[in-house]
Design a protein around this ligand. Structure first.
Ligand code: NAD
Length: 502
C-alpha cells in the first residue's frame, strides 16, 4: 500500500505540533495537569508521534469542575444577555470557518480520516452547530400558564408562569470517530443555554478539541466557561460521570460505556443524555433506482471507514435485485482507494488505532468461521496494520455477531428479503435503534416503512444526511435524548414554575 504524503503540512498545523506538549484548559489557564503525566497523539496511518497532551487524574477533574462551578455561580456567562452569548457562539463559528483547512488537516493526522471528510462534511458541520445554537440562545422561552386552583384565596388572583434556566455544570464526553463535530454538537447547545462545561475528548483524538479551545478563548468565552480535561476514559470520564458537583452528563460513545456512565451518574442523580451505538439497516426494495441505491448503500457503510454511529452496516435487498446489488456494492468496495488521509486520492483512510483495526478484523474472521462469505475486501493492511479493506459479507444468519453487534469499521452484511414486511421485521430485530434507510421509488412504501422502523432517524433514498436543524439520536439501546435541532438546547435547561397570588 502506497503512503503518499504532501511535502509540507499546513503552517498552522505544523506550528501547533511544533509546540510538542499541548496543555489543557482549566479555569481559563492552559495547564499540564497536576501529575504532569502525558499521553501521545499518533498518526494512525504511519505511527508518527504528533504531540503529547495531559494524562489527567481525578484531582484535575476536581479542579476543572470547580472552575466550571465558579464560572456558573459567579454568573458571568449565564448572566450575559442571550444576544451576547449568541454573538460569542457566532464568533466561534466564524473562527472555525476561518481555520477550516487547518482543523481538517489536524483531524486527519490525529484520527486518520480522508481530508475531504473534514473539509466538506465535519468541520462545516461544526460551524453550523455554532451558528444554529447562536440563534437558539435568544429563543429560550417559558410560558404564562392559566390555572384553575379551587383553593386560591377569595378575591385574589393567581399568576403563574414557567421559566427555563441553565442546568448548571455540564460534563461532555466525546468519542473518537468524528471528534470536532461531535464536540460542537454538545458545546454549542450547552453554552447557548448558559451552562458551563467540562469537556473530555477521546484519548485517541484530543488535538482538535484543544485547538478548538484556543479558538473559543479567542472568540471571547469567559474563563472557566469551557474547561478541557484530556486523559483516559476510565479515569477522567468515569470521574466526571460520578462527580457530585456535575449537574448534567452529555455522553456520546459505545452502549457498553453508556451503561457504566449512567450507573455512575446515579450518585447525585445528574441529568443524563446518551448518544450510543448503532447497527443501522439499509433496505433496498425491488423498485429502487439501483444505481443510486448501490452508491448510497456503499457510502452508508464505507464513509469514514464505517466509523460512524449511524453507518448502514446491515443491508437488506429484495431477492429480485439481490445479485445485482451485491455485485454493485462489491465493485464499489474493490474500487475504493486506501491511503493516507492527506493524500488527495484517498477515499478510505486507516481506522483510528491498531486496537480498533484488530477488533474489526476479528469480527471478519469470526464471521468467516461461522460460514459467512467475503465477496469483497476482508484484509487488514498498512504499515501499522490500521487499514481494513472495505468488506462485503454475504451468507450471514440473523444470530451471527457480525449481524447483531456494532463492528464500527467498513464491514457490511448483506441479506436477501422477499417483502417489505420481512425487511422491516429483520431491520427491527436489533437492540439498537439509531437510524435506517429505505430505497424505493414508491412514496407509500417509503413512508410506511418510515413509520414502522424503530430508529431515531429514517432516511428515504439517502443515508448520512445531517444538519444542525435535524434531531439525531437513538431509540432502544442507542441512547436517551436527541442532539441537534431546536429541542437540543432543552437538554441543558431546567424548567421552573413560578406561581404567585396577587
Ligand atoms: P467509548 O464508549 O469507548 O468512548 C467514548 C468516550 O467515553 C471516550 O471519550 C472515552 O474516553 C470515554 N470513556 C471510556 N470509558 C469510560 C468510562 N468508564 N467512564 C466514562 N467515560 C469513559 O466509544 P468510542 O469507541 O470512543 O466511540 C465509538 C462509539 O461511539 C460507537 O459505539 C459509536 O456508535 C458511538 N457513537 C455514537 C454517536 C451517536 O450520536 N449516537 C456518535 C458517534 C459515535
Amino acid at each position: 500500500m502506497e503512503m503518499n504524503l504532501p511535502a509540507a503540512r499546513h503552517p498552522a498545523v505544523q506550528a501547533f505540533l511544533d509546540q510538542g506538549d499541548r496543555p489543557m484548559l482549566v479555569g481559563g489557564a492552559w495547564v499540564a495537569g497536576g501529575a504532569e503525566r502525558w499521553m501521545e497523539a499518533r498518526d494512525p496511518a504511519t505511527g508518527e508521534r504528533l504531540a503529547r497532551f495531559p494524562d489527567s487524574d481525578t484531582s484535575d477533574v476536581d479542579r476543572a469542575v470547580s472552575a466550571a462551578r465558579a464560572a456558573f455561580e459567579a454568573g458571568v456567562w449565564p448572566a450575559m444577555t442571550p444576544s451576547q452569548r449568541g454573538r460569542i457562539l457566532w464568533r466561534v463559528a466564524e473562527l472555525i470557518e476561518a481555520h477550516l483547512e487547518e482543523l481538517a488537516e489536524l483531524e486527519t493526522l490525529d484520527q486518520g480520516k480522508p481530508l475531504w471528510v473534514g473539509k466538506f462534511a465535519e468541520i462545516p458541520g461544526a460551524v453550523e452547530q455554532f451558528r444554529f445554537f447562536a440563534g437558539q440562545a435568544s429563543r429560550i422561552e417559558g410560558h404564562t400558564v392559566p390555572t384553575s386552583i379551587n383553593y386560591q384565596p377569595p378575591g385574589k388572583e393567581v399568576f403563574a408562569y414557567t421559566v427555563k434556566q441553565p442546568v448548571g455544570v455540564v460534563a461532555a464526553i466525546v468519542p473518537w470517530n468524528s471528534p470536532l463535530v461531535l464536540t460542537a454538537m454538545k458545546l454549542a447547545p450547552a453554552l447557548a443555554a448558559g451552562c458551563t462545561v467540562v469537556l473530555k475528548p477521546a484519548e485517541d483524538t484530543s488535538l482538535t478539541a484543544l485547538r478548538l479551545g484556543e479558538l473559543m478563548v479567542e472568540a471571547g468565552l469567559p474563563p472557566g466557561v469551557l474547561n478541557i480535561v484530556t486523559g483516559r476514559g476510565d479515569v477522567v470520564g468515569a470521574a466526571l460521570a460520578a462527580h457530585p458537583d456535575v449537574d448534567k452528563l452529555s455522553f456520546t460513545g459505545s452502549t457498553q460505556v453508556g451503561r457504566s456512565v449512567l450507573a455512575a451518574a446515579a450518585g447525585n442523580l445528574k441529568k443524563v443524555t446518551l448518544e450510543l451505538g448503532g447497527k443501522s439497516p439499509v433496505i433496498v426494495l425491488a423498485d429502487a433506482d439501483l444505481d443510486a441505491a448501490i452508491a448510497g448503500a456503499a457510502n452508508a457503510i464505507f464513509f469514514n471507514s464505517g466509523q460512524v454511529c449511524v453507518a448502514g452496516s446491515r443491508l437488506y435487498v429484495h431477492r429480485d435485485v439481490y445479485t445485482q446489488v451485491v455485485a454493485g456494492i462489491a465493485e464499489v468496495a474493490r474500487g475504493l482507494k486506501l491511503g493516507h488521509g492527506l493524500d488527495g486520492a484517498t477515499q478510505i483512510g486507516p481506522l483510528v488505532s491498531r486496537k480498533q483495526a484488530d477488533r474489526v478484523a476479528a469480527y471478519i474472521r469470526q464471521a468467516e468461521a461461522q460460514g459467512a462469505r467475503v465477496v469483497a475486501g476482508g484484509r487488514q493492511l498498512g504499515p501499522q496494520g490500521t487499514f481494513i479493506e472495505p468488506t462485503v459479507l454475504v451468507d450471514v444468519r440473523p444470530d451471527m455477531a457480525c449481524v447483531r453487534e456494532e463492528i464500527f469499521g467498513p464491514v457490511v452484511v448483506v441479506s436477501p428479503i422477499d417483502s417489505l414486511d420481512e425487511a422491516l421485521a429483520l431491520a427491527n430485530d436489533t437492540d439498537y435503534g439509531l437510524a435506517a434507510s429505505v430505497w424505493t421509488r414508491d412514496l407509500s412504501s417509503g413512508h410506511r416503512a418510515a413509520a414502522r422502523l424503530k430508529a431515531g432517524t429514517v432516511w428515504l433514498n439517502t443515508h448520512l444526511m445531517f444538519d444542525a436543524s435535524l434531531p439525531i439520536g437513538g431509540m432502544k439501546q442507542s441512547g436517551w435524548g436527541r442532539e441537534s435541532g431546536q429541542g437540543a438546547v432543552e437538554n441543558f435547561l431546567e424548567l421552573k414554575t413560578v406561581c404567585a397570588v396577587l
